[in-house]
Design a protein around this ligand. Structure first.
Ligand SMILES: [Zn+2]
Length: 390
């Protein structure tokens, strides 16, 4: 069998140089074509005689060989580029290596917490040696944009029904009424010395003040544990005598209380009403400032947008001035209906106090908490009897 081979590329080159010296390119080309114009393979081996004229590889073949060689080179180059480029933005190994050695999909890299371990061995002169090792873990703190108070979350109520008999006392003015005061003003005014006497009586008789927040939490989840004789103090309308006369007594006795204010009245700095700086001071002392409305307008027979305006506005104003979202409402003049309750609930209020006389507070009706109106002409005995018997 005769083995046919194409001459190596180098030989072809040499031969073509030689051939150009003897034969014209045209004639050489003719030599290598047969009668049908097909290229003839160059024969190598013993049969090729030395005397025979050197045959050039046919042109078509040369183009083919060059094409194959160049194609192979280009393919190798591009394969190399792909194979040795990084497999991905995370995996920096060359693609080929990554493909060969990665059996599983690329894992997500999770940063591990940084543990700083400081080991300082202390070797004393005595036979005992002490090695102190301190491991410090630095937690990552995500700063909040504004350092405002986080609103207290409403506890998710459990399935238990709860109710308590807790007196919520309702005060208005804590001052000596003016000489020309009408019966209403007189009735709504408790003189400062009477107020002090009442507070001291409460303390002496084992009453402990709690907030409306405590009450709502206790009703909803049974926590916090309420004292044996809890009592809640509330003050309506935001009169300045509350700051002047009630606040110092509460502070002195360590009592807490809730003040329902009219935010538009406060914004106007109306004479006779507490100002924002006063309310801020009271709030910072642990007293609650809550909503009585924008103005002293009844919240009954109103449409939804009116109620939204008069319930959302005061809450936002208190948030802006005092830094927390108020959660309680006192209906002006004690007037409300079902729509008032539903809008109050939608607006984020947790509860509301009424003027309904009583002390029965229930989990089922947090927007209808009962109160005891403290009247201006009461003696301490009357006060004690009302609180005790309720
Ligand atoms: Zn009022």
């Amino acid at each position: 069998m005769i083995r046919l081979r194409y001459a190596p590329l180098a030989m072809t080159k040499k031969r073509s140089v030689r051939s150009t010296s003897n034969v014209s390119p045209q004639s050489a080309e003719v030599d290598l074509l047969d009668s049908e114009g097909k290229t003839q393979p160059v024969e190598t081996g013993t049969k090729q005689s030395k005397a025979a004229p050197r045959k050039r590889m046919p042109r078509g073949l040369r183009i083919l060989v060059w094409g194959v060689v160049l194609g192979t080179l280009l393919t190798c180059a591009s394969f190399g580029l792909v194979a040795f480029s990084p497999a991905s933005s995370i995996d920096q190994r060359p693609y080929l290596i990554a493909a060969l050695f990665t059996a599983t999909p690329t894992e997500t890299l999770t940063p591990s917490p940084t543990l700083t371990a400081t080991a300082s061995p202390t070797i004393s002169d005595t036979a005992t040696s002490t090695i102190t090792s301190t491991i410090t873990f630095t937690p990552t703190v995500t700063p909040t944009e504004t350092p405002t108070n986080t609103p207290t979350p409403l506890p998710t109520p459990d399935s238990r029904d709860r109710d308590f008999y807790i007196p919520i006392l309702m005060y208005h003015y804590i001052s000596v009424p003016p000489a020309d005061a009408d019966i209403y003003r007189n009735d709504l005014s408790v003189m400062p010395e009477n107020f002090r006497q009442q507070m001291e009586w409460l303390q002496a008789n084992g009453y402990e003040t709690i907030s409306l927040y405590d009450l709502i939490y206790a009703l909803n989840i049974g926590w916090p544990h309420l004292p044996d004789k809890p009592i809640i103090l509330t003050f309506d309308d935001g009169y300045q005598d509350n700051y002047d006369n009630a606040f110092p007594i509460l502070k002195e006795l360590g009592f807490t209380g809730t003040f329902f204010i009219l935010t538009d009245v406060t914004d106007r700095s109306e004479p006779g009403y507490m100002t924002w700086p006063m309310l801020k001071e009271m709030s910072e002392a642990g007293l609650s400032i809550e909503v009585h409305g924008r103005e002293h307008l009844e919240m009954v027979n109103r449409d939804e947008s009116w109620l939204t305006y008069h319930l959302r506005g005061p809450a936002q104003t208190i948030q802006a001035n005092l830094g927390y979202e108020p959660r309680f409402l006192a209906y002006p003049s004690g007037k409300y209906d079902n729509l008032t309750i539903s809008v109050a609930q939608e607006e984020g209020y947790w509860g509301a106090v009424t003027t309904k006389n009583g002390t029965h507070q229930t989990k089922a009706q947090p927007y209808e908490l009962e109160r005891l109106r403290i009247r201006g002409d009461w003696s301490i005995d009357t006060f004690a009897a009302v609180v005790t018997d309720s």
